[in-house]
Design a protein around this ligand. Sequence first.
Ligand SMILES: [Zn+2]
Length: 297
Amino acid sequence: MKFKILFGVGVSLLIIAAGTYMHTNEGFDFTGSTGGLNHLFFMLPGSKTAYIGKDFSLPDADIDVPVYDKYTLKQRREKGLPLTYGKTRTYFYGDHVAYLTFDDGPNKANTEKILDILKKEKIHATFFLMGKNIEKNPDIVKQIYDDGNAIGLHSYSHDYKKLYRSPKAYTDELEKTEELIYNIIGVRPIISRAPGGTSGHFTKAYWTAVNDLGYIEVGWNALTGDADGTGRTSGQEVTNLQKQLIIRPYLNSHLVILMHDAVGHEATVQALPQIIKLLKNQGYTFRVVTTAIPPAW
Ligand SMILES: [Zn+2]
């Protein structure tokens, strides 16, 4: 009973918080955009993607397609092209917008099943891929891309000791991983998620190193608990998310949900249709992570 009352309050707050708006950073100095349409290219029927400009201008903040770069960092250096968008970018804040994100893939056990569910639900998600697993499953990387889902970087090794030895060690793994992805799909991602999160891993020097190379770090503000022991079953995963929607309704403008598609996360695959249903019932729509993703918190 107590739960029901709380739930009602949560929904009311969600309604009060409604309202789509665009937010621009203070001191915003964004001059490079040549307009959204110029960045849009049609790939396969029904699926499209956007690109950052040669001058590293970012696409319009309200686009809802994956954003990639046609050049790798290596190619940009060789051609003398800019390596970053600069210090500020425009954020997109929506009204009941959810970003489903999956880390640690791709793999044969779960990623393809997740892709099937997304297709069936006619929605897209974002996959933060690990270099080691990309090497093993290039065909799945291609499938994620062809389906119109977004791809982000999630290091090469996922080995904290190696990865967080220094900012250079960290960005070297990003570069290694973007090269692997470029070799499969012909473009590279610039969104990235730090394994284990930035908290406790990133010093200021890491943020600077990441920004200097134009990568956009993507955190999360909701999770199903599929990797922290609280979401061992699909039912627990759904309940965990449900509770977070109630206690943090103000996050509805950019609800970034952390999940995992690595081996051992079969419960996440099982929970996914229920998670999508739960969010749809609360009025959420689904977007892919773009270069306009706001800071998670
Ligand atoms: Zn991870």
